[in-house]
Design a protein around this ligand. Structure first.
Ligand code: FE2
Length: 185
């Protein structure tokens, strides 16, 4: 965390590019007007229209797990935050995996989870944790994708669990169960 930064959108994007090529978010109506690689997150409503994507961060998730290649990293640049309660929380999934009993590690070794955009547990549009509705065009761009429940880091090989309430697990012994439930039981 770097406190007290004053960056333009261009500088922020330039910093992010040092870590890899940016991937624009599927919800393109909230892209930054000049830099589509930046997604605006906001719960502000102006003239009846949302200023940004409001449902980001209402539940634990792995960014872009609904893509074949999930995000390697995400950077957040806070412009306006509440005095209390605006924290971004991180859950160490390597520690979560390491803390599992060996029997469970073995059980989930070959499990694969199906991922799709949105909180599939909550389809109520007025709920705080329901994901933004996708346009038909956005839906066409997204398919269900499969990821191992215990995923290996591409460089270190370390295992981590890959939770997302947006995901439902399937195959090999854990049908009809949320991935997050399956990987922590
Ligand atoms: Fe996220």
């Amino acid at each position: 965390m770097f406190r007290g930064q004053k960056l333009t959108a261009r500088e922020f994007l330039g910093f992010a590019r040092r870590f890899g090529p940016p991937e624009p978010h599927v919800v393109d109506q909230f892209h930054h007007p000049e830099y589509a690689d930046i997604l605006i997150l906001s719960d502000v409503v102006r003239d009846g229209k949302p200023a940004g994507l409001a449902d980001a961060g209402t539940y634990f998730h792995t960014d872009y797990s609904y893509l074949e290649m999930p995000a390697r990293a995400t950077m957040l640049y806070s412009i306006q935050v509440p005095r209390v309660g605006g924290d971004t929380l991180f859950a160490n999934q390597y520690a979560a995996y390491d803390g599992l009993p060996d029997s469970l590690k073995k059980k989930i070794e070959n499990l694969v989870a199906l991922h799709h955009y949105g909180n599939r547990d909550d389809l109520e549009e007025t709920s705080r944790t329901a994901a933004s509705l996708l346009t038909e065009e956005q839906k066409r761009r997204l398919q269900w994708v499969r990821h191992p429940v215990a995923r290996r880091h591409p460089v270190t090989g370390a295992r981590r669990s890959m939770p997302s309430r947006a995901a439902r697990s399937a195959s090999r012994g854990c049908p009809k169960t949320r991935q997050s439930t399956c990987s922590t039981r």
